[in-house]
Design a protein around this ligand. Structure first.
Ligand SMILES: Cc1cc2nc3c(=O)[nH]c(=O)nc-3n(C[C@H](O)[C@H](O)[C@H](O)COP(=O)(O)OP(=O)(O)OC[C@H]3O[C@@H](n4cnc5c(N)ncnc54)[C@H](O)[C@@H]3O)c2cc1C
Ligand SMILES: *[C@@H]1O[C@H](CO)[C@@H](O)[C@H](O)[C@H]1NC(C)=O
Ligand SMILES: *[C@@H]1O[C@H](CO)[C@@H](O)[C@H](O)[C@H]1NC(C)=O
Ligand SMILES: *[C@@H]1O[C@H](CO)[C@@H](O)[C@H](O)[C@H]1NC(C)=O
Ligand SMILES: *[C@@H]1O[C@H](CO)[C@@H](O)[C@H](O)[C@H]1NC(C)=O
Length: 460
């Protein structure tokens, strides 16, 4: 059995769920059916049963097939008040439930439920600017591409996800890595207000001051433990054009592999690109073990008009056969990148995410790669269509300082820890028969990371 509840480092990214919570039983099916019937009695048009087309589309609008379960019904509330009434019913019926926003958390049980009520936030998609356009109020049920393309004509952006298809809800309750994090902090750090449905069904406003100030604090990185957020109020800032560059190179040449990792190591070293708070990069080592393909990818972003940002100087000189190129140019709208990455963020086949954070010591960067490659290749070579990717996501000292300065982040990471790397491990595969082997592999990789300095987890 896989327990994902002890993920280090990337806690802001990954909500935890254990497979033990998924076991179905006759009792929970009866409680789920009771809750669904009682909600349907009040909101007949918003409850969808397994035979319906809406149930089919809503219950499967999930990124990883491993997370598609069989809820008793799907409830799609039109307002926070309706959701609050349903929460009261679910609680009284003692039914299980799950809340789905963008559906991108690849953890079984995170957004769906085996017998119980699946709450779809699809209709909670408010998009509203305040009078002076400094605050955007956004509903959780939309994806980042919707929010960005709505704000772009105003010349504004918000601190949200890097992939257009990711949901607003899950990203902002967990923390959030954005293109602007080195100046704005985690996605949640720019939030100034929440509308929340509490466990008693009441709908409250949580702000820095006032009755729910504690809830306001807890929601900055506290995941879905405190309520269901039905609206986020987040600060806007001006952004129009941006440099977008990088590529996915064929990494079969070992000399090129060394050059690629060296470029990243230099970027992460003091005085390297990571010290420029205006830019963002991800470096990805991707393998398809059954074919032997190695793809080395860099995704580079710098708002403004500089077509050759110095921060990326060691990446722009990389030279190997290109599998897929990014523009390497200044585009008039920065939204081009999250939209371009939609294809990478498409609903997948079967996916698992795991993460580990480490300091940017060159040895750690190499150990991370070697550990993953040496453990994964033998296992995944035998699994059809499987891929594994290790993404190095720099978290700069400026980012931690911006988060600290926001004054209310639950994670409370100390900027004096300095720049670190949020490493993300992703495996994709297609057959349910291979679930056990993949889960065991990821668990083994997670256990080995003791070989490097690890950031202490700030969660108990
Ligand atoms: C392709 C891809 C790209 C990604 N890119 C980024 C990135 O750039 N930056 C980043 O930080 N992360 C990124 N992530 C991780 C992503 O932010 C998380 O997986 C996030 O939880 C997804 O949110 P969602 O709404 O799409 O998912 P869901 O699966 O719908 O929700 C995730 C969890 O949050 C809960 N939840 C959702 N909305 C609410 C709400 N309103 N109130 C209470 N609980 C709620 C759900 O119950 C669930 O447990 C990426 C993931 C993928 C698969
Ligand atoms: C969850 O557990 C069940 C049996 O208890 C097992 O069949 C299934 O493969 C597990 N799923 C995951 C994703 O671990
Ligand atoms: C590029 O690499 C050199 C050599 O390692 C390093 O001194 C320099 O800081 C790097 N530049 C950036 C912007 O990362
Ligand atoms: C990653 O590790 C493997 C196995 O040790 C090695 O062959 C490969 O060259 C490394 N990749 C990079 C990009 O350094
Ligand atoms: C693997 O991918 C190929 C092409 O993408 C597809 O035709 C095939 O059905 C897949 N195999 C499995 C086992 O899913």
């Amino acid at each position: 059995m896989i327990t994902l509840s002890t993920i280090l480092g990337l806690l802001p990214l990954l909500a935890a769920a254990t497979n033990s919570t998924l076991a179905s039983s006759g009792a929970s099916a009866a409680l789920g059916a009771r809750a669904c019937n009682q909600i349907a009695a009040v909101y007949p048009n918003d409850v969808f049963w397994p035979q319906s087309e809406t149930f089919q589309s809503e219950s499967t609008a999930i990124y990883s097939d491993t997370c598609i379960l069989s809820p008793s019904c799907v409830f799609e509330p039109s307002s926070a008040a309706d959701l609050g009434s349903a929460v009261k019913i679910i609680k009284a019926a003692r039914s299980r439930f799950a809340v789905r926003a963008g559906g991108h958390m690849p953890v079984p049980g995170a957004q769906s439920v085996q017998s119980g009520v699946m709450i779809s936030l699809s209709k909670l998609n408010t998009r509203r600017l305040n009078a002076d356009k400094t605050i955007a109020s956004i509903g959780p049920g939309q994806v980042w591409a919707d929010v960005y393309t709505w704000l772009a004509p105003e010349g504004l952006a918000v601190n949200g996800g890097r992939y257009g298809t990711v949901g607003v809800g899950g990203l902002l309750i967990g923390g959030g890595i954005s293109y602007f994090s080195s100046t704005k902090g985690w996605g949640c750090d720019t939030i100034v207000g929440y509308e929340v449905v509490l466990a008693d069904g009441s709908v409250v406003e949580a702000r820095a001051n006032g009755e729910h100030a504690d809830l306001f604090w807890a929601l900055h990185g506290g995941h879905n433990n405190f309520g269901i957020v039905t609206r986020f109020d987040t600060k806007t800032f001006p952004v129009t054009s941006a440099y977008i560059g990088g590529a996915s190179w064929d990494g079969k040449d070992t000399a090129f592999q060394t050059q690629f990792l060296s470029a990243f190591e230099s970027y992460m070293a003091p005085g390297g690109g990571v010290d420029d708070p205006s830019v963002a990069i991800s470096a990805i080592i991707g393998l398809t073990p059954s074919t032997g393909l190695t793809q080395l990818t860099s995704i580079q972003f710098a708002p403004g008009t500089d077509a050759n940002p110095q921060a990326f100087e060691n990446f722009t000189t990389l030279n190997a056969p290109v599998i897929q190129a990014l523009p390497d140019a200044v585009l008039s709208s920065w939204t081009a990148l999250p939209i371009l990455l939609e294809q990478l963020g498409e609903r997948g086949s079967r996916q698992i995410y795991s993460s580990v954070s480490f300091f940017p010591d060159p040895r750690a960067i190499r150990i991370a790669n070697e550990t993953v490659v040496e453990l994964a290749v033998p296992v995944l070579s035998g699994i059809p269509n499987s891929t594994i990717a290790l993404t190095y996501q720099p978290v700069s000292k400026d980012w931690l300082a911006a988060s600290k300065a926001s004054g209310h982040n639950v994670l409370d990471l100390n900027p004096e820890l300095g720049t670190f790397i949020a490493g993300l491990l992703t495996v994709t595969w297609t057959e349910a028969a291979d679930d056990v082997a993949v889960n065991l592999l990821v668990e083994r990789i997670r256990r080995i990371r003791g070989s490097t300095r690890i950031l202490p987890s700030v969660y108990a």
